[in-house]
Write a protein that binds this ligand. Sequence first.
Ligand code: CA
Length: 228
Amino acid sequence: MAKVLIVEDEDILARNLAEKLRSEGFQVMTAGDGEAGLQKARDEHPELIVLDIMLPKLDGLSLCRIIRRDSSTAHIPIIMLTARGTEVDKIVGLESGADDYMVKPFGLGEFLARVRAVMRRSPGHPPLQDELISNDLRLSLTGRRLFKGGEERKLSNKEFDLLAELMRNRGVVLSRDLILTKVWGYDYYVDKRTVDVHIRWLREKIEDDPSDPKRIVTVRGMGYRFEG
Ligand code: CA
């Protein structure tokens, strides 16, 4: 049974998240401030940490950095929770070391999907689920193959990673910066228009009518959203 540590000072939210995870078979521990969170991360060896940013005693970004520097906890995947849009830049930036983040308020179904996705990506965990499915699209994560209506569509590596990222975040707007960070990586300088070009190529492969995309939607001034 996978162990999850939730570090969140909002009692009701912490309880809701814990209940949702328990109902799905996870073992859950909670901490209401950053110091207690650090103690539990070290003592209990959770397999995932859900970490709020605004916390008493020790804030989430600092805690995240400490966890990453400590060899006994450095490998634990972290999902950051944030209430404010401006914090998102810090989480996504080079420093924090978080694996994913969610902006409050979010739905419990979305939360569960992110928890599963992050745990699936983390080393040492056998894949919980191998496929991302949306209508007639089926993306095999381990086989790295895409099928549309049962027919295989060939994707380049980057197209595959981009589509997987979009499908994992179904219904959520992903900015070009976030996509660059997640798909191309922190250290790689790529022009933001590269994202647009890859989106166009992907649309040609997955949209019924690429000139009128219904799956990968452009959100003007913000980025792209997968609708499935
Ligand atoms: Ca808080």
